[in-house]
Design a protein. Structure first.
Length: 304
C-alpha cells in the first residue's frame, strides 16, 4: 500500500527517484563488493579540502582519503584484497537519492548528518565538525550577518546553508536577497565578481576557496558561526553489516590518531593543485569528535 501510494503521487522523475530510493533501503553493499570487487564512492569536485577534483576522474581531499582508508579496511575484513573504487560525482541536490537508490555505496563529500536525513540514510561516526560561516570582501565593512541587510548573499542550492540563510532573514535581516549558486565555486565567484556581498557555506569550504583565490587578502570570514554541523560519511539506511564495518574503520582512525594526522595533512599543510594552505586548525568540537566518535545528528550539537 505504501509503495503504491508513493508511485501514484510521483508526478515527476525526481519523485520517482525518491520513491525508488526508499524502496531499496534494504541494501547489501558487502554482497555487491564480493560479487563485483568494486565499490562506488560519491565525491564532490569543489567542496574545499574535504573533497575536490584534480582533473577528470581524479578526486582527493580529507573525506576522500578517510573513505579510501575505510574501503581498504573493508577489503581486509572480507579477505578479498584491494577493492576497485569507482568515483561518482554528486551534488547537494542528488547525493541523497543516489545513495538511496544504490547508485552510490558510500558518499564522501561534505554532507551534514541531521535528524531529517537520518530518516532516509545512515551516517558513519563524525570525524569533522563544521561551523557554517559567511565570507565577505575585506573592504566591505561587514562585521556581522545583521549588516548584510539590504544586500545580496550567495548560497549553494541544496545545502543546509539555504535554510540557515532563510532563518537569518526571518530573525535578523529580512531584506537579505538570496542569490543561488549551483555549486560552491559559483557561489564564491558571485562574491568575487561583486554580484553578492557575502557567501554562506561551510567554514572549511570558504577558507579553502579564499586560500586558492588570486588575492586571498581581499577576503575574510566573519567570526559569527551560524550553525554547528557534523560532517559525516553517508551510507544506505538499513544495511547493518556494511555500517558495522564502516563504523569500525572510522573508530579505528579516531582512536589511533590517524584522523588527526589526516586532518593536519589537508588543512594545515600545502595541498595540491596550488600548494596553498587552508590554515584551519581543528576546532574543539572536531577534537572532541575524535575523542568520542558518534553518529549523533546536528541537533545534538546545537548550542543550548
Amino acid at each position: 500500500m505504501k509503495t503504491t501510494h508513493c508511485l501514484l503521487a510521483a508526478a515527476t522523475a525526481a519523485a520517482l527517484l525518491l520513491c525508488a530510493g526508499r524502496a531499496s533501503a534494504q541494501t547489501d553493499v558487502l554482497k555487491k563488493i564480493r560479487e563485483s570487487g568494486a565499490i562506488t564512492m560519491g565525491v564532490r569536485d569543489a567542496s574545499g579540502a574535504m573533497s575536490f577534483t584534480l582533473g577528470p576522474g581524479s578526486y582527493t581531499g580529507f573525506h576522500v582519503e578517510v573513505c579510501e582508508r575505510v574501503i581498504a579496511d573493508i577489503g581486509k575484513a572480507l579477505q578479498i584484497g584491494k577493492i576497485h573504487v569507482k568515483y561518482q560525482l554528486v551534488t547537494p541536490q542528488n547525493r541523497m537519492p543516489l545513495v538511496q537508490n544504490g547508485t552510490v555505496d558510500i558518499e564522501c563529500g561534505t554532507t551534514t548528518n541531521n535528524a531529517a536525513r537520518q530518516k532516509d540514510v545512515a551516517f558513519a561516526p563524525t570525524l569533522y565538525v563544521e561551523g557554517v560561516r559567511i565570507a565577505v570582501k575585506a573592504t566591505s565593512g561587514v562585521a556581522s550577518a545583521a549588516q548584510l541587510a539590504g544586500k545580496a548573499v550567495a548560497v549553494t542550492t541544496g545545502s543546509t546553508s539555504v535554510q540557515l540563510l532563510r532563518k537569518l532573514k526571518r530573525d535578523n535581516a529580512p531584506e537579505i536577497a538570496q542569490v543561488y549558486a549551483k555549486d560552491n565555486s559559483e557561489g564564491f565567484l558571485l562574491l568575487e565578481s561583486g554580484r553578492a556581498e557575502g557567501f554562506v557555506a561551510d567554514g572549511q569550504i570558504l577558507a579553502t576557496l579564499i586560500s586558492r583565490s588570486k588575492e586571498p587578502a581581499q577576503y575574510r570570514l566573519l567570526d559569527q558561526v551560524l550553525s554547528v554541523e557534523p560532517i559525516a560519511i553517508m551510507i544506505p539506511k538499513g544495511d547493518a553489516a556494511f555500517k558495522k564495518l564502516v563504523d569500525q574503520s572510522v573508530l579505528a582512525l579516531a582512536r589511533s590518531g590517524d584522523a588527526a594526522r589526516i586532518y593536519d595533512k589537508w588543512f594545515m599543510q600545502p595541498i595540491a593543485p596550488h600548494g596553498a594552505k587552508v590554515g584551519l586548525p581543528a576546532s574543539a568540537l572536531t577534537r572532541a569528535a575524535w575523542a568520542n566518535p558518534s553518529d549523533k545528528p546536528m541537533e545534538d550539537y546545537e548550542v543550548r
